[in-house]
Design a protein around this ligand. Sequence first.
Ligand code: NAD
Ligand code: UDP
Length: 319
Amino acid sequence: MRILITGAAGFLGSHLCTKLLDEGHEVVGMDNFVTGSPANLAHLAGHERFLFIRHDVSDFIFVPGKIDAVLHFASPASPNPLSPYGYVNLPIQTMKAGALGTHNTLGVARAQKARFLLASTSEIYGDPLEHPQTESYWGHVDPIGARSVYDEAKRFAEALTMAYHRYHSIDTRIIRIFNTYGPRMHIDDGRVVPNFMQQALRGEPLTVYGDGLQTRSFCYVDDLVDGIAALLYSDEHDPVNVGNPVETTILEFAHTINRLTNNPAGVIFKPESRIGNDPQRRRPDITRARAILHWEPKIALEEGLQRTIAYFRQKMEAE
Ligand code: NAD
Ligand code: UDP
């Protein structure tokens, strides 16, 4: 296939480009670098089946030549207002990437008779009242809170994707991605993994927000891109959760990173949630992914963290 990937210069997008090129496809990557970096695609420079187009997906998209699949990953993704990459500091861009960007990429899929895959998120469940989260749960979302620019843009994007599927018979897929980590996350991204890694490797205490008893379930990026590819090749049109169901508190997570980096500085507690509505419990129910995609994560947390620590160590030494 010849595949358009938006958000190609970001963390997930760059891994996805590599994965799909490795599987023999042609890839057209698109990005405007608002939170991504050309460095994430440096390893693909000169690749004969890779083309990069610098473009904002909120504007009309033109791609020369035939496209067989469109994967829409362009969107800021970090909730941390202390980071310049945080979507609360890019609120209009975030809503436009989710709304106009989804409209434009669906337009490409329609014009090209291509299949379409939307990168959605566990954030569409909000601060969930149901645990673990199944795809049938409708969520608990504040429509005007600071997180709403991301959550509601993604909810709109899912609705628009289903509208194109039902009304225009577009061959769509929706993946609900749970917290994913690994090499090529931006060091100043502000999400918990780059923050903790950076602090641990500097020998500083890790900043735990609130009491640290809120939970997340962390998936290593190689497992995630395998899940994305499996969904792309499937015929499933309803949303599918993809993530690692092993749940940990943020406090336990901090202690694990300190142990793996031999950081003696411990943790420091910072005031509860930076922007409010910090989801208190998050764990995917991946029953559907297991049944439909025959997919489940393979990489254990400590192994994935070791690989990520090696990346951040090298990045920080180079700076
Ligand atoms: P990222 O910030 O590393 O990557 C996003 C990329 O999209 C960046 O390269 C950015 O420059 C690009 N982008 C943003 N707006 C754009 C626009 N208008 N036009 C062109 N490019 C634009 O974040 P990520 O973690 O790789 O997330 C990628 C996608 O996956 C996002 O849609 C995000 O919502 C989704 N997601 C990620 C996670 C996760 O844990 N990493 C979880 C759930 C969902
Ligand atoms: N968090 C933290 N310290 C940090 C960054 C994040 O304790 O330096 C917490 C945050 O409050 C949340 C969890 O870690 O409970 C995951 O945050 P992240 O920003 O990675 O993304 P989220 O899962 O909230 O979208």
